[in-house]
Design a protein around this ligand. Structure first.
Ligand code: HEM
Length: 246
């Protein structure tokens, strides 16, 4: 089987799985309305499933979030720059079924990387005493877990785009520490934000492979995560870049 046909079949298989088996395996061109088996109902305004209570500081979909400077059309253009397609959306959504009970383990992995490196740990520490602000770190970690689910759900609308801008501001001096009243270094350098994408996505491979999917399906989910991470980090960089240069 050629690479394209194999990819085609895999894609159909994944869509069928996500729809509980009621979509023809070769429905490659249709933009799927993907609902994972047993999927929860989501509050369409906030993206928060009815079963999940809202986390402190998680303002997704609320009027507190400023409007993204990027338009929907510009977002569409950006996705094309990253070769991000509807197929990636399908594999991200498949990844939710794989990752949703592994979020805490992922967070432990990522926190481990941060705490192993003083230049990264500094962002959770008081700049003078170097004491870790544990309450702050805990509050942020909860929203980080929510981010894993939001990334996997891949529902791209204005509220999502606006919240990407907000996440960027919360890493930048514009808003760091504000949400949780933190007492830590007041700005995450752009270089750490970008380089850390590798620390997020590389360790995910074994998590994505832990539920018995074929190596090819795992690779598809992994590629989709890479592209999504790069696209989000790109959006987060906006506050760091001189006006007109973004
Ligand atoms: C590039 C990969 C990264 C991802 C996916 C990521 C993800 C997130 C998310 C989802 C939030 C919470 C946003 C919210 O409030 O809802 C957040 C905030 C935060 N992140 Fe990151 N982050 C990344 C890079 C970094 C790096 C490199 C550091 C530093 C080690 C860092 C440290 C923090 C801190 C301290 C906050 C809290 C900011 C505040 O509100 O004061 N992040 N991050």
């Amino acid at each position: 089987m050629g690479a394209f046909r194999r990819g085609h079949a895999l894609y159909g298989e994944s869509i069928a799985f996500l729809n509980g088996g009621d979509v023809a395996p070769d429905a490659r061109t249709a933009v799927p309305i993907v609902r994972a088996k047993g999927e929860r109902t989501v509050n369409e305004t906030t993206n928060v499933p009815e079963s999940e209570s809202r986390l402190p500081g998680y303002t997704f979909g609320t009027p507190q979030v400023p409007r993204s400077p990027i338009t929907g059309d510009e977002w569409e253009e950006l996705k094309k720059s990253a070769l991000f397609s509807e197929e990636d959306v399908v594999y991200l959504r498949l990844s939710e079924t794989v990752l949703k009970d592994q979020v805490d383990a992922l967070l432990t992995t990522w926190r481990g990387i941060i705490f192993d490196h003083p230049h990264l740990r500094a962002y959770d520490e008081h700049p003078r005493t170097h004491e870790v602000d544990a309450d702050y770190a805990k509050a942020v970690a909860k929203r980080f877990g929510q981010w894993v689910l939001d990334t996997a759900r891949a529902k791209y609308d204005q509220a999502w785009l606006d919240y990407q801008y907000e996440i960027g501001l919360r890493h930048h001096r514009s808003k760091k520490n504000q949400t949780d009243g933190g007492h830590t270094l007041g700005h995450i350098r752009a270089r750490d934000l970008v380089a850390f994408c590798a620390s997020i996505v590389v360790p995910m491979k074994s998590f994505l492979g832990s539920k018995g999917h074929s190596a090819e399906v795992v690779n598809r989910m992994y590629d989709a995560w890479w592209k999504s991470m790069l696209l989000q980090a790109t959006l987060w960089l906006q506050p760091y870049i001189r006006e007109g240069d973004f």
